[in-house]
Design a protein around this ligand. Structure first.
Ligand code: GDP
Length: 364
C-alpha cells in the first residue's frame, strides 16, 4: 500500500494521493518562433488579394535594413509595379499643431464616403517609430484607424531623408497594388521633407493657421511654391475673421508667384477640421485640380518626371551607401579627417585621394 496511514486501523486518518511535481517548463507556454518569411510570390498574391496583414508584413520588409529582406522586398515591389499607379496621391503638410491629424481623420472619412480605400503614410525622418512627431500612434486618427477601408502606417523609422522617402514611395506602390485608390502622405512642414513628399504626390496641400499676426513670415517661400492648395484650418469660433484675413494675405502673396507648370493657380480657402466646416469645399477644390491636370496632360507628365527623380535619388543613395560603408574607405576617411583637421592636407586633395582610392577598389 502506498500510504500505510490509510489502513483501516487508523480510522479517521486519510492521506491523499500525492500530486506530481510540476515540470519546470510550462507545457502550455506558446513557443514563439520567428515568423516565417513568405516567398515574394506569396507576398504579391496576398497584396493583390488586398490582405492587410500581408500588406503590413511586406511594408515591414520594405522598411527593413536586412539585405535578405531588402532583396525579397525589391522583388515584391517589382511584381506589384504593373498593378500600381491607379490612385490619387495627396501630400499634406503643416507645422506641428496645424491640425494635420485632425484634418486627415475628417478628410479620410470624407473621401471614403464615395467608396474605395485609403492609405495614410507619413514621412518623418526626424523620428524613431515610437516617438515620432507625426503618426507615432494610430490614436491620432481615431475614426480612420477603425475604418475597415483605411490603412494607416507610421513613418519608416529615422534614417536619411532620401532613404525614408524612398521607402514611403515603395510603400505607395504596394498599397496601390492592394487596391488603395487614395493615398495621403503626411509630413511635418519644417525642413526638407516637403520636397521629398512633393516628388511622390499629385496634389500638395499646405495646412496653415491664422492668428499669429505674421502669417506669411513663418512659411518658406519654397513650400508655398510647391502647394497646389493652401487651406487655413481652425476657421471656427472667434477665429473665423482672422482665418479669412490670413486667406486674403495668402491669396495676395500667391499672386506674386508665376503660374506653376501645371497651369493650375493654387487656391486658398478656410475650413475647420475639428468642427468639420468647409470640408466638402476643400475636397471639391482638390477634385477640380485632378480634373484640370488630367485634361491638360500634366498629371501623367508629372508622374513621369517623378519616376526620373526617383531613379536619380535611388542612384545617389546607393552610391553614397556603397562609398561610405566600404571598410577600406571608412578607414582612409578616418585618417584623412585627422590630416584635414590638423591642417596637414587640404580638403580638396584629401577628397580626391579618397575618391581615387575608391575608384581603384571598384576596378579590382
Ligand atoms: P498636427 O500636429 O498638425 O497633427 O495637429 P493636430 O491634429 O494634432 O491638432 C493640434 C491641436 O489643434 C489639437 O488640440 C486639435 O484638437 C486642435 N485642432 C485641430 N483642428 C482644429 C480645428 O479645426 N479647430 C480648432 N479650434 N482646433 C483644432
Amino acid at each position: 500500500m502506498e500510504h500505510p496511514e490509510n489502513d483501516q486501523q487508523y480510522a479517521g486518518l486519510a492521506v491523499n494521493k500525492g500530486i506530481q511535481q510540476p515540470p519546470s517548463v510550462n507545457p502550455y507556454m506558446k513557443v514563439h518562433r520567428r515568423r516565417r518569411l513568405l516567398s515574394a510570390a506569396e507576398y504579391v498574391e496576398g497584396i493583390l488579394r488586398g490582405d492587410v496583414t500581408i500588406l503590413s508584413q511586406a511594408v515591414t520588409l520594405v522598411e527593413s535594413h536586412n539585405p535578405d529582406h531588402e532583396a525579397i522586398a525589391q522583388e515584391v515591389i517589382e511584381k506589384c509595379l504593373p498593378h500600381s499607379g491607379k490612385s490619387i496621391r495627396i501630400g499634406i503638410t503643416g507645422v506641428p499643431g496645424a491640425g494635420k491629424s485632425t484634418s486627415i481623420d475628417v478628410f479620410g472619412l470624407h473621401v471614403l464616403k464615395q467608396g474605395g480605400k485609403l492609405a495614410v503614410l507619413a514621412i518623418d525622418p526626424s523620428s524613431e517609430r515610437s516617438k515620432g512627431s507625426i503618426l507615432g500612434d494610430k490614436t491620432r486618427m481615431e475614426k480612420l484607424s477603425v475604418h475597415p477601408n483605411a490603412f494607416i502606417r507610421p513613418s519608416p523609422s529615422a534614417g536619411s531623408l532620401g532613404g525614408v522617402a524612398r521607402k514611403t514611395r515603395e510603400t505607395i506602390v504596394l498599397c496601390e497594388a492592394a487596391g488603395y485608390d487614395k493615398i495621403f502622405v503626411e509630413t511635418v512642414g519644417v525642413g526638407q521633407s516637403e520636397t521629398a513628399v512633393h516628388s511622390m504626390v499629385d496634389f500638395f496641400l499646405l495646412i496653415q493657421l491664422a492668428g499669429t499676426g505674421d502669417e506669411l513670415q513663418g512659411i518658406k517661400r519654397g513650400i508655398m511654391e510647391m502647394a497646389d492648395g493652401i487651406v487655413i484650418n481652425k476657421a471656427d469660433g472667434d477665429n473665423v475673421d482672422r482665418a479669412n484675413l490670413a486667406a486674403t494675405q495668402f491669396r495676395n502673396a500667391l499672386r506674386l508667384f508665376p503660374l506653376p507648370p501645371s497651369g493650375w493657380a493654387p487656391r486658398v480657402m478656410t475650413y475647420s477640421g475639428y468642427y468639420e466646416i468647409g470640408i466638402e469645399q476643400v475636397w471639391n477644390m482638390i477634385y477640380d485640380y485632378f480634373d484640370f491636370v488630367k485634361k491638360n496632360g500634366y498629371f501623367a507628365e508629372k508622374r513621369r518626371q517623378q519616376e526620373l527623380y526617383w531613379m536619380y535619388e535611388t542612384i545617389d543613395e546607393k552610391l553614397r551607401d556603397s562609398f561610405y560603408h566600404n571598410p577600406a574607405i571608412e578607414e582612409m576617411l578616418a585618417a584623412k579627417r585627422q590630416l584635414v583637421l590638423g591642417n596637414r592636407q587640404s580638403s580638396f586633395i584629401a577628397a580626391h585621394e579618397v575618391l581615387d582610392h575608391y575608384f581603384t577598389l571598384l576596378k579590382q
